[in-house]
Design a protein around this ligand. Sequence first.
Ligand SMILES: [Cu+2]
Length: 247
Amino acid sequence: MKKDIVNATLLWIVLSILGWILVLNWNIFPPALAREARIVDDAFNLLTVLAVPVFTFVVAILIYAAFRFRSPGGLEDGPPIQDTGRILTAWLVVTIALAGGILINPGFVGMSEVRGEGGADVVIGVTGQRWSWTISYPNGVDVTSYTGELVLPVDQRIQFDITSLDPDVIHSFWIPAFRIKKDAVPGRITQMFITPTETGTFAEDPNVRVQCAELCGQGHAQMSMKVRVVEQAEFDAYLDEILAEGG
Ligand SMILES: [Cu+2]
């Protein structure tokens, strides 16, 4: 039995190392253009790294037991194995400790990091409706997703005041390159704070776009808007440009 525990443990370690190599080298994320996106990606990586040994523990025991303790032949069961309960107790303690740990970090810690502190440098209004977005810029000009784009200044804390036309249905404001999303509810304003940290455009990567993330009807999939994160000077020039055009 002791030899079996050693063998299964070795298999567990090998599978865990393979799993860690896989998850740490496989970049599955879209570009991260905001402070909040990094926090979300870090949380995802941490959870995956912690999940690997839990997953490979089960798989290692399953694989080992299937070969080592298989029935000698025919339809007979293999020999029964008695356990004192120590393994079950250890499993319970470890998994409860892991669950409690991730509840605190990245749970509570990550949530407060994403929320951030302080006011906003720029306030931008967002209104969803079937099936378009309207952006209200700080200079009072509205731009819709039919013809315009969402232009944002880099390195500024942006407050999005999000709502949905009333009456309409619930939509969800989501920019994959920023990760965070927030419901747009008729008759109510929800807020989302984002600090873009890098410039980028929809042309460079299609994840730099607004996409409705709440199934809202026939045109849901087309309910998107190009996003462009630019330097402050370019943002100011854009505001002047749309003001001159009269919105
Ligand atoms: Cu929608």
